[in-house]
Design a protein around this ligand. Structure first.
Ligand code: EPU
Length: 422
């Protein structure tokens, strides 16, 4: 297995182009199953999760052609079929559950493995299923598989008991072809959901209220395939800003949407960094009076849980105490033990992390436990004295495109080494 070797202490400098958003691309790729013909998606990031979801839709009958160099994915749909997907495909990626929406909309049936627990929490899919049931779908669980059946999907008024990105996406996809008006309440406001909605609208769906808590969908008879450009990845953008911050460098993100990462740029300003935003750019440089911060993860536009681990690495070196509260996932502190190995002083009580900052980090062998935990370790290693080896980097391959190349272009000393032992 490959591993990273990072020699810390280099100030990152330069411009970095942000890739397309993983969490927008995943549902959009699946939503292409809603229309017969050829969908062309641009700015699709070349990531492990994207390759997995492509295999998933191929399994359901789509033909695909992915030009990885140019980030263009062509998806041809003529006939889709339901079928029990191999567990191996679903277990590697929870987003496979997204196929339920389009399959139910087009065929009135969907069989998928019930996703199990995951490194960051239990992550049930009960809200997705309750929403489908409200649309008249019968749900049964057999041998770990969800069997969903409906003669005809019925429009529904459904309130999600908790804001869920995945359930909002799945229910939107299920209802676009259902005759009548579906009203979804307590929806996710995440830009990824808005991007999915804009894609569906371009295909001919009648959706209003995107980016608000109430999304209304008037079913249409048919959708038409389109060409669509995936929005930039706000979590990748945030990760690079934090890499710039921890190395006290001068980093400019290009091709990003500054508004999408405002909760992070506000925090960085308060912590003593200069942030300059342009139309599609954000530049970070160190300012005066750097200090710790207090942050709570929340659904968008709050501070994203996906940046909680990366921002904790920065807290380790900022003078003073930082307090971080994780409210979205119950087990998202698996990076803490590894950060401690680099010299961070972090104590955890329930979902509250208290970071005593001002530490000089030092290299140590460490291991990734999930995608964003992995990002936090890379960020910390960039600031640590000595050479840090990071194992299990397949986690970061799921969500960061060309991480070594991008960080090297900013002046980081990072190498991907082949053939580790674990
Ligand atoms: N939840 C339920 N029941 C459900 C659905 C969700 O209890 O049916 C709970 C979850 O367990 C969690 C909370 O609701 O506590 C929010 O979960 P949500 O459904 O919003 O998360 P998701 O759709 O499973 C997406 C992203 C995650 C990101 C979260 C939160 C994708 C493919 N994944 O997950 O991204 O952390 O939203 O913003 O879009 C990542 O990219 O590393 C990642 C984990």
């Amino acid at each position: 297995m490959d591993y990273y070797k990072i020699k810390g202490g280099k100030k990152l400098r330069g411009e970095i182009k942000i890739s397309g958003a993983k969490n927008a691309a995943l549902p959009i790729i699946v939503a292409s199953l809603l229309a017969d013909g050829e969908t062309v998606l641009k700015n699709v990031p070349d990531l492990m999760d994207i390759r997995t979801i492509i295999r998933v839709i191929e399994y359901l009958g789509a033909e695909t052609e992915f030009d990885r160099e140019n980030h263009i994915l062509k998806i041809k749909v003529s006939k889709i079929k339901n079928g029990e997907m191999p567990y191996e495909l679903v277990k590697t990626m929870r987003a496979s559950v997204y196929v339920m929406g389009p399959l139910l909309a087009r065929l009135g049936e969907a069989d998928v493995s019930l996703p199990g627990g995951c490194a960051i929490g239990e992550r049930p899919v009960d809200i997705h299923l309750a929403g489908f049931e409200a649309m008249g779908v019968r749900i049964e669980l057999e041998h770990g598989n969800i069997k969903a059946r409906a003669k005809k999907l019925a429009p529904a008024n459904f309130t999600m008991r908790q804001i869920s990105v995945g359930a909002t996406a799945n229910l939107m996809m299920a209802s676009v072809l259902t005759s009548g008006k579906t009203v979804l309440e307590n929806c996710a406001l995440e830009p990824d959901i808005v991007d999915l909605g804009l894609f569906l609208k371009k295909m001919g769906a009648n959706i209003s209220g995107l980016g608000t808590e109430r999304i209304t969908i008037e079913g249409v008879k048919k959708l038409t395939p389109v060409t669509y450009t995936i929005m930039p990845d706000r979590i990748e953008a945030g990760t690079f800003l934090l890499a710039g911050a921890i190395t006290k460098g001068d980093v400019t993100l290009t091709d990003c949407v500054p508004e999408h990462i405002q909760s992070l740029t506000d925090l960085l300003k308060e912590s003593g960094y200069n942030i300059e935003t342009g139309k599609n750019t954000v530049r970070i440089t160190p300012g005066k009076n750097q200090k710790g911060f207090m942050i709570k993860t929340l659904p968008y536009p709050g501070f994203p849980t996906d940046l909680q681990a990366p921002v904790m690495s920065l807290a380790s070196i900022l003078p003073g105490i930082s307090v971080i509260i994780e409210t979205i996932f119950e087990n998202r502190y698996t990076h803490v033990g590894e950060l401690r190995r680099l010299g961070s002083d972090i104590s955890i009580e329930g979902n509250v992390a208290i970071v005593k900052g001002g530490k000089k980090l030092m290299s140590a062998p460490i291991m990734m436990s999930d995608l964003r935990a992995g990002a936090s370790l890379v960020i910390a290693a960039l600031a640590a004295k000595g050479t840090t080896e990071i194992r299990r980097i397949y986690h970061s391959d799921r969500g960061y495109e060309k991480l070594t190349e991008k960080l090297s272009a900013l002046g980081a000393d990072i190498k991907r080494v082949k053939g580790g032992t674990f």
